[in-house]
Write a protein that binds this ligand. Structure first.
Ligand code: SF4
Length: 466
């Protein structure tokens, strides 16, 4: 397990092994292709109709960079304003500390069941499992998260966690694992949604404690915002008596009016909608309206480690829209599980190593073709390819490979002398032969790489003859 809670589910098997298994699953690849293409096309259409899209991207990146440069100031401003409005703010260094705080707060309520809004931060710290160990049952209320929880599966996408499932599979899961599912349930999307709605409605009405994350934390007011599509989040945020929100420290924005930028960027990039059907904002406690007890757990869990990386820190601008996943040729073919991390796809390939240390996730920066599509769609202009290259360098430095070192030392020596280089070019034909029949462990490198055919005549020879 990683050093930062459940951020990485497992270090073993590594990405390459997981990916080759996913590639053999034709059904999974069909599900991924259909789902990513649908969201991708919807997003592209909406971006095309937004004339100031590039300006919005610049603004989003600038606001987030300002927060990252003055994180200490904005965090204390947020705490001051949230506390003044009746919320209690807690600070958690890592996953264990956050889980301990949340479990303690639930124990104080005397409840053993809680409802939950979809949240990446709580997934990152493995909160549901940690609560289960304290005999507290957390019910996911987001439809896709419910599907994942009922089938004891793992999410494979940031915005659409059950993207790898089709409706026939979902019907099977409901019929098998949801005790109150109708016996004549079909795989019609309306029937599936209705079955989930009835199941969740009972939970909303009887459960008095809820857990959430937040898309944005507003320093100026001490308020939090959750954006969602189903309305189940709003049920969790308004009906219970106690609300506990786990929020990554990078979720801050300075002012309420900054939402103008992000509430245009996020829905278009995430689900291909002009606006989220539900944007719920709450600020502390309001007498007679919503939860009476509001707690906010501000979570580090590797974020300050990422902040210390001058090139990598831009990953903390991420607003978890998943647009980079939907355009990534690697993600589309392997799916999210292959990454073995809470954050899959291009953003996971940089964020996870930055947060847990590249030595704990050395394969992830290599899970990319460096095509740059992720950078082009990112609504906060995270230059993912540049960060990937930097992390590859760090990964190689952290785990230097003797054979690779020796090969590059020989190549460097050859390139430094003209005669040696000419001789090396002459032997390139031999190299090409070796490339096809290299013995292990060299064959692991040559198997998947092509060595271009050497020219029939070296340039210097051609030049001197003319
Ligand atoms: S890196 Fe950019 S595109 Fe990817 S999830 Fe984060 S904000 Fe969205």
């Amino acid at each position: 397990m990683s050093s930062s809670g459940d951020l990485i589910w497992t270090d073993d098997p590594p990405f390459a092994e997981n990916a080759s298994r996913s590639l053999g699953d034709a059904q999974l690849r069909r599900n991924l292709r259909n789902a990513t293409a649908t969201i991708r096309n919807r997003r592209a259409g909406l971006v095309a109709e937004t004339p100031d899209w590039q300006e919005l991207r610049h603004a989003g990146a600038a606001i987030k960079d300002d927060v990252l440069h003055h994180l200490d100031r904005y965090l204390t401003e947020f705490e001051r304003n949230a506390t003044a409005r009746g919320a209690q703010v807690h600070w958690a260094n890592d996953a264990d500390e956050a889980n301990h705080i949340v479990a303690g707060l639930i124990e104080q309520t005397g409840h053993t069941e809680v409802i939950k809004v979809k949240s990446m931060a709580t997934q990152e710290i493995g909160l549901v499992d940690a609560l289960a160990r304290q005999q507290i049952r957390a019910h996911e209320t987001d439809l896709a998260e419910l599907i994942i929880q009922l089938s004891h599966d793992k999410p494979s996408h940031i915005v659409v966690p059950a993207l790898h499932r089709n409706r026939a599979e979902i019907r099977e899961i409901f019929a098998k694992h949801m005790p109150d599912a109708p016996t004549d349930l079909t795989d019609d999307p309306h029937a599936l949604a209705e079955a989930a709605r009835l199941h969740l409605r009972r939970l909303f009405l009887k459960t008095k404690t809820a857990i959430s994350g937040a898309n944005f934390a507003i320093a100026e007011t001490g308020g939090l915002l959750v954006a969602e599509s189903e309305g189940n989040g709003r049920m969790c945020l308004t009906l219970p008596d106690t609300l506990i929100s786990v929020v990554g420290i990078e979720k801050l924005i300075p002012t309420f009016s900054d939402l103008e930028v992000f509430l245009q960027l996020l829905p278009r990039s995430a689900t291909g909608e002009r606006m989220n059907p539900y944007n719920s904002v709450w600020t502390g406690v309001t007498e007679g309206d919503g939860p009476k007890d509001v707690h906010i757990v501000l979570l580090d869990n590797g974020r300050t480690r990422a902040l210390a990386d001058t090139i990598g820190r831009q990953a903390l601008r991420c607003i978890r829209c998943a647009a980079c996943l939907n355009v990534c040729p690697v993600y589309e073919r392997t799916g999210g599980h292959a990454y073995g991390s809470t954050y899959p796809g291009p953003i996971g390939a940089i964020l996870t190593p930055l947060m847990v240390g590249v030595e704990h996730a050395p394969q992830l920066p290599f899970a990319s073709s460096l095509c740059g599509a992720c950078y082009e769609v990112c609504p906060v202009e995270i230059d993912i390819p540049t960060v990937l290259v930097k992390l590859r360098h760090d990964a190689v430095k952290a785990k230097r490979h003797k054979a690779e070192d020796a090969t590059f030392a020989v190549a460097a020596k050859a390139m430094r002398g003209r005669r040696r280089w000419t001789a090396a070019l002459k032997s390139a034909k031999l190299m090409r032969f070796v490339r096809h029949s290299a013995p292990p462990p060299l064959s692991r490198w040559t198997r998947t790489r092509d060595l271009p055919a050497p020219p029939a005549e070296p340039f210097r020879k051609w030049w001197s003859e003319r």
